[in-house]
Design a protein around this ligand. Structure first.
Ligand SMILES: NC(=O)c1ccc[n+]([C@@H]2O[C@H](COP(=O)([O-])OP(=O)(O)OC[C@H]3O[C@@H](n4cnc5c(N)ncnc54)[C@H](OP(=O)(O)O)[C@@H]3O)[C@@H](O)[C@H]2O)c1
Length: 423
């Protein structure tokens, strides 16, 4: 009968306590709740036998078998997880930053003691992707992961598409609904998805990568007009997290988090509102998609409690999982068709100027799109390019940005191929 100490009584912690207190959770027993200044947190709907404490040392000294860490942040969370394991307690955490940055070391501490360290809630909230790839797809050797891993970005992008609202208005709506923090940097600039992708690379692809080595590009420059042009190309726009094992190349994994055009028929396009989607692919099983709510107290708590149920089922001896080898290198350049959107002060000769730069860099134009009825003082149009290296494209764009006809800086996004992987 695992006794559970819940450390952190915020959004996720309260939802975990609610599920554990609903009277039907045998054999899981909530024994402790720990939070700073815990007097503010005490509620009457948890069983009266639960001990409330502000002191984590009480948890370490207690008879709890499992510690649930849901305080968030890197420290003291990482140290507390380590100390709980050293005290002989299994750990369940929802903490992506800890698992992305200190996961390998903590997994070793757990493995040395044959204890559990489970973290289903750290990636894609209530979507069972960790267990899905570790157990359900253990028979394959996964080569790639593509995901919409940040529900805030996805909510904002779908609002910009459906309501043709600006980035700022979409962000305000996301904040009003509680999807976005007051400081949305980690969501919209990609840091949140970056940590989740690092975890998925280790667990799914067997490649451990340094979190900060994954290149990020923000969704901030995306405008409603981009969705109009994307539609003409049979696509929509998503913040896409992508990792792929490279065979025979100098480095091991290609990885990025950035806005991309994805075909409307793709599973990635079907992530609606604040949902998450993860698509994994392997040589034997082909593609498998997982979709659901990636955030929110209740869906995240479901993942935490599922980990607790797994511990109760398995008993005190943790299963051994395939462990990633030494840290892999990250390749940041990759070939893709490209979408370039310009907003210009119109005058003759602009296309010729652009074509001259593309020619010098060996880039081939695939199409030029221009919607009618825009003012000549701020005219948006789009050029798509045949597959090319993102490094070459950026060199060409650095030259293009020096031209004086821009009303706003150009933006570029790779286009996920149709009819191939994940489309
Ligand atoms: N919310 C989601 O949708 C979601 C989804 C997936 C994963 N997660 C992850 O789940 C974890 C918890 O997120 P959350 O949304 O529940 O956060 P939260 O609402 O801020 O709750 C954190 C709780 O921990 C307490 N706490 C923080 N630092 C502490 C410390 N040093 N000592 C003692 N108590 C401390 C906080 O107390 P105060 O009240 O005093 O601040 C608060 O009650 C994070 O790792 C997050 O990334 C969350």
């Amino acid at each position: 009968m695992p006794r559970i100490a819940l450390v952190g009584f915020g959004t996720v912690g309260r939802s975990v306590a609610r599920i554990l207190s609903d009277g039907d959770r045998d054999p899981l027993v909530l024994s402790h709740v720990c939070n700073r200044q815990v007097e503010r947190k005490v509620v009457d709907w948890v069983p009266p036998a639960v001990a409330w404490t502000s002191d984590f040392e009480d948890v370490l000294r207690s008879d709890a078998d499992v510690v649930v860490e849901v305080i968030g942040g890197l420290e003291p969370a990482a140290s507390w997880i380590r100390r709980a394991l050293e005290a002989g307690k299994s750990v369940v955490t929802a903490n992506k930053q800890v698992m992305a940055r200190a996961g390998a070391e903590l997994m070793q501490v757990a493995a040395d003691r044959r204890l559990h360290l489970l973290f289903e809630a750290a990636v894609a909230g209530g979507v069972p992707i960790i267990r899905g790839v570790r157990e359900g797809l253990a028979g394959d050797r996964l080569q790639r992961v593509l995901g919409v891993l940040n529900g805030t970005c996805n909510y904002m992008l779908t609002r910009m598409e459906d309501g043709q609202v600006s980035f700022d208005d979409a962000l305000r709506e996301a904040q009003d609904r509680g999807y976005a923090e007051a400081d949305p940097t980690a969501d919209v600039d990609g840091g949140d998805a970056q940590a989740k992708l690092a975890i998925l690379s280790a667990v799914g692809l067997g490649r451990r990568i340094a979190v900060d080595a994954i290149p990020l590009r923000s969704i901030r420059p995306v405008e409603p007009v981009d969705f109009q042009y994307a539609r003409r190309l049979g696509c929509t726009i998503r913040q896409v997290s992508r990792a792929e094992v490279l065979d025979g190349a100098g480095t091991d994994v290609m990885a990025s988090v950035q806005p991309m055009l994805v075909p409307v028929a793709s599973p990635l396009a079907r992530a609606e509102g604040s949902q998450n989607v993860v698509v994994v692919g392997g040589p034997h099983g082909g593609e498998t998609a997982f979709r659901g709510f990636g955030a929110g107290g209740d869906p995240t708590a479901v993942a935490v409690v599922s980990d607790l149920e797994a511990i109760a089922r398995t008993g005190s001896t943790a299963p051994r999982y395939r462990r990633p080898a030494a840290e892999a290198g990250v390749e940041t350049d990759f070939e893709a068709s490209q979408y370039l959107r310009f907003v210009i002060v119109d005058r003759p000769g602009i296309i010729a100027s652009l074509a001259g730069v593309f020619l010098r860099h060996g880039l081939n134009i695939d199409s030029v799109l221009q919607e009618p009825d825009w003012p000549k003082s701020a005219l948006p149009f789009v050029v798509t390019l045949e597959p090319c290296s993102s490094r070459v494209l950026q060199a060409a764009l650095a030259e293009i940005e020096t031209f004086d006809f821009h009303a706003r800086p150009p933006i570029w996004m790779p286009i996920l191929p149709r009819g191939e992987r994940c489309s």
